[in-house]
Design a protein around this ligand. Structure first.
Ligand code: HEC
Length: 296
């Protein structure tokens, strides 16, 4: 019994410390704070060591104390310890009664009322204290609630909802900024950063010149520097062409398995940066003139 209680305390204390760490340190949902902040493990480990140390010292003290006593006093000491345990047990056993204050079955006739409805009789039990005090607490809560939300200007559910949605939109925008590969045909935008255009150029030189020529003047594939487009100009259409390829059998394949969306965005931007340049041997225009107003 003694040892069991000690072991329980040694486990419970670090467990409480752990719970505290999880509560106090903010993490993404589903993540453990102890894993994200490994230093907290040292803290929990310390609590564990202290708990062990305290339990061991108390046990050692008790042992030396017992040894120093005469045999008669030893027995007395043990008996008093035993008594303490018994008292604790008796208190625990009384707990349900304290919570409900109900009369045991044997004494029920003391609280039986006179009514007798076709053999159904009624007991006048005391209200269970747990129930009664919860009821009082709910009354207090109701007053606080009414004051906060109906007298003073507490946030309504609609306002709370709107605030959360606004915050979520900010979070999403921030996430999209970092997650570059989330670009789609609908959201793709023209890149202007020299580093992005340089990266796009590299991809173009390594993959596209065989058909479109070094200066994009056109070969097997069309001239990419003029304003005539078969599949549509502008960043969205060019991006879609790279993503899905050209018309079947023409030779322009889909590049979506070779490059990340952000890389395709770079090449598309590079290709469009060549608009109006003068290739050495431009291929004659194919398709139609494309301007931003032309849809698709
Ligand atoms: C195997 C040859 C070949 C390769 C390699 C190739 N293309 Fe093409 N490309 C073509 C052909 C052919 C077309 C015309 C498609 C059609 O008519 O549907 C085309 C069309 C295009 C268009 C649309 C032009 C328009 O007028 O609408 C773009 C943009 C383009 N290619 C960019 C690229 C880029 C960027 C690469 C490298 C990642 C590339 N191509 C690699 C052959 C190729």
């Amino acid at each position: 019994m003694r040892n069991l209680a000690s072991i329980f305390r040694i486990i419970a204390l670090p467990a409480i410390a752990w719970g505290g760490v999880e509560l106090l340190f903010e993490t993404e949902p589903g993540q453990w704070a102890v894993l994200e902040y490994p230093k907290t493990l040292i803290f929990i480990g310390l609590i564990f060591l202290i708990a062990v140390a305290v339990e061991v010292s108390v046990a050692a003290l008790r042992f030396t104390l017992l040894r120093s006593l005469s045999e008669e006093k030893q027995e007395k000491f043990l008996a008093s310890e035993h008594k303490l345990g018994e008292q604790l047990k008796a208190k625990l056993e009384k707990l349900p009664e304290l919570l409900t204050r109900s009369k045991p079955v044997e004494e029920e006739d003391e609280i039986e009322l006179d009514h007798n409805y076709d053999g159904i009789r009624e007991l006048d039990n005391k209200l269970p204290p747990w129930w009664l005090y919860s009821f009082y607490a709910s009354i207090v809560f109701a007053f606080i609630y009414m004051a906060r939300y109906h007298i003073f200007d507490g946030e309504t559910q609609v306002e709370e909802f709107k605030a959360e949605v606004a915050q979520a939109e900010i979070d999403i925008a921030r996430y999209k900024e970092t997650a570059k590969d989330l670009v789609t045909v609908e959201t793709v935008s023209l890149m202007a950063e020299p580093s992005d255009l340089e990266a796009g150029k590299q991809i173009f030189m390594n993959n596209c010149v065989a058909c479109h020529k070094m200066d994009a003047g056109g070969g097997i594939g069309p001239n990419l520097t003029d304003e005539y487009w078969i599949l549509g100009g502008g960043i969205k259409n060019v991006y879609r062409t790279l993503l899905e390829g050209g018309r079947p059998g023409k030779g322009m394949v889909s590049w979506k398995n070779d490059f990340e969306p952000s890389e395709l965005q770079q090449v598309a931007s590079y290709v469009l940066s060549l608009q109006g340049t003068m290739p050495a041997e431009p291929k004659e225009p194919e398709g139609e003139v494309w301007t931003e107003e032309t849809t698709e």
